[in-house]
Design a protein around this ligand. Structure first.
Ligand SMILES: [Zn+2]
Length: 101
């Protein structure tokens, strides 16, 4: 008796991810007025690449979280978003092993 072949679960395609991101990002922009990084209002009329224009930031960077869910997205100024990314890289501090004995 042949076994019924169960349909293999579809893995999420990249396109689905982008669609999900766009959808959630739009929602985040609509629901929020303030930059989550500096707390100042975001003028949604400003357009990229204006440093004060709106942008959507990942709380946990996408490379780490693979998460485009609305919980992982926040409204931020483009400038704040970019400087945060930079800061993060700078924040990787190398702790010297020098100990005073
Ligand atoms: Zn900001």
């Amino acid at each position: 008796m042949p076994e019924a072949v169960s349909p293999t679960p579809k893995t999420k395609s990249n396109r689905d991810n982008i669609t999900q991101y766009r959808k959630n990002a739009t929602q985040v922009i609509r629901l929020n007025d303030k930059c989550w990084l500096c707390g100042e209002a975001v003028d949604k009329k400003l357009k990229h690449p204006d440093p004060m224009s709106k942008s959507v930031d990942h709380v946990v960077p996408y490379v780490e979280s693979q998460d485009h869910s609305i919980d992982n997205l926040r409204l931020a100024h483009l400038q704040c978003n970019l400087s945060r990314g930079k800061k993060k890289a700078d924040a990787v501090r190398v702790t010297p092993y020098s100990r005073k004995w």
